[in-house]
Design a protein around this ligand. Structure first.
Ligand SMILES: [Zn+2]
Length: 162
């Protein structure tokens, strides 16, 4: 019984690890495209820091967008100074075509997004400047099936007395 439990836990962990790996790669790709456009990258080394938040919104069978918050560590070779900064990225898929958006986040950034809010992903920050998909307020999420309402009052059995 216990073995079974452990195996299940490991495989779930493994799945999460794999998920983080490909999502991190997506983020770094979005960042690279962004950095190439605005920076002279000579003498600067970038490394992926960590994935902080991610939220996938599906609007239609051929349209979805994935929002990410993650950090990038930047090393300036001339000064040897290592800095870590928080970024926002969006990976959008429209009819099978992927597009990437990425920008640096500021502490004051409070961009609005229905997609993330509808899924209660309040910690994920969006840039105030916009330029990303925000979803729709009245969208119906086919994959969120609220079946919890029927189990009201049955939770008492979790106590020691049972
Ligand atoms: Zn969002």
């Amino acid at each position: 019984m216990d073995n079974c439990k452990n195996m299940k836990r490991v495989s779930k962990k493994e799945t999460i690890k794999n998920g983080i790996k490909w999502m991190s790669e997506e983020c770094f790709l979005a960042f690279t495209k962004y950095a190439e456009k605005i920076n002279n990258l000579e003498g600067i080394k970038h490394r992926f820091g960590e994935l902080c938040y991610q939220c996938l919104s599906v609007e239609a069978h051929d349209k979805n967008f994935h929002h990410y918050n993650f950090t990038i560590e930047t090393e300036h070779r001339s000064t040897n100074v290592l800095t870590s900064q928080l970024y926002f990225a969006e990976v959008k898929q429209l009819s099978g075509v992927k597009s990437y958006f990425c920008c640096l986040l500021d502490q004051d950034d409070e961009g609005h997004c229905y997609g993330c809010k509808n899924q209660e992903m309040y910690g994920l920050k969006h840039p105030s400047t916009g330029c990303y998909e925000v979803g729709a307020a009245d969208i119906c999420w086919p994959f969120i099936d609220d079946t919890d309402s029927g189990s009201d009052g049955d939770d008492d059995c979790g106590g020691l007395g049972c």
